[in-house]
Design a protein around this ligand. Structure first.
Ligand SMILES: [Zn+2]
Length: 295
């Protein structure tokens, strides 16, 4: 088996600012270098004592349409695009300071965060990356809606290959598509990070009727009406399944290690993705325990 690559952190501080989709609250994120082995940790600098939230699947709380972590009473939410940007750009260790609970929506994608990380650069660290190697098939959900992890073979045996099948049926206003990538920072930056979040006009109106996302317009994400995107143009024909891949990467990153394997998802959302991350985290911990016994 190929040796794990060396860990990486961000070389310089990177910052992005925006507003949360759900809360509308302004928020600034600062991506700070961190020590080898620290992993990804959020820090709420707006709260007394600046409490931290480690980005691990065990602190995930099931929530509708977003990923939320709670650690010792401190919450961070809508973290999936931040996590995807870090994992996608190959960062193992980073402290993400934030001055609000909800991460910034930006344009509905991870593009601005990925560009900020890319411009800040990465620094290679002296120890090998934590890896979780999928050595037998894992399944969450069912054939209609689920996530499967299978052992990698061939050219991506030392990395992560991802495939997402999006299909809401023939009557949905959201078009079906499939996207598939072997993940590298350059592939992520060019083809996955720019893919924006989306929903149907019906769901958008329902959310606003419930009083959330009042400030969000048709330009802040993709809203599909009967004739396609309203007041907006797709960046890629398969932008929706690419965005679902982005979400999948961000959620899987909560396993706290680089994943070696092939992940195939069908119509999965954050909760199914998060449950797969929990399985991968458990697999990683079992591997670590086995190694420490062997040693
Ligand atoms: Zn998303």
């Amino acid at each position: 088996m190929t040796q794990a690559p060396l860990q990486k952190t961000i070389a310089h501080i990177a910052r992005v600012s925006g507003r949360g989709y759900w809360s509308g609250q302004p928020v600034t994120l600062s991506f700070l270098p961190a020590n080898p082995g620290d992993g990804i940790v959020f820090r709420r600098v707006d709260l007394p004592g600046r409490p931290i939230v480690p980005a691990l699947a065990e602190y995930r709380i099931e929530t509708n349409l977003r990923t939320k972590l709670v650690y010792q009473g401190t919450t961070v939410e809508m973290i999936e695009h931040v996590m995807a940007a870090l994992y996608g750009m190959g960062i193992d260790n980073c402290t993400v300071e934030c001055d609000a609970c909800e991460m910034p929506a930006m344009d509905g994608s991870a593009m601005e965060m990925a560009i900020a990380i890319d411009q800040a650069g990465t620094r290679t660290q002296a120890i090998r990356a934590k890896e979780v190697c999928v050595d037998s098939t894992l399944r969450i959900g069912d054939d209609r809606s689920g996530v499967e992890a299978i052992p990698a073979t061939g050219p991506c045996a030392s990395g992560l290959e991802l495939r997402y099948h999006l299909d809401f049926g023939p009557t949905s206003v959201i078009p079906s598509s499939t996207s598939s990538y072997v993940l590298t920072p350059s592939e992520f930056l060019a083809n996955i990070a720019p893919a924006r979040t989306f929903l149907s006009e019906h769901d958008a109106k329902e959310l606003q009727r419930m009083g959330v996302a009042q400030h969000v317009t048709y330009r802040d994400l993709i809203v599909f009406g009967n004739d396609g995107p309203i007041d907006n143009t797709l960046r890629f024909p398969d932008e929706c399944s690419r965005h679902k891949l982005l979400d999948l990467i961000g959620d899987l990153a909560l396993c706290g290690a680089r994943v070696r394997g092939t992940i195939i998802a069908r119509r999965s959302g954050h909760n199914l993705n998060g449950r797969m991350a929990e399985q991968l985290l458990n697999l990683h911990r079992a591997d670590q325990q086995h190694l420490s016994h062997v040693a």
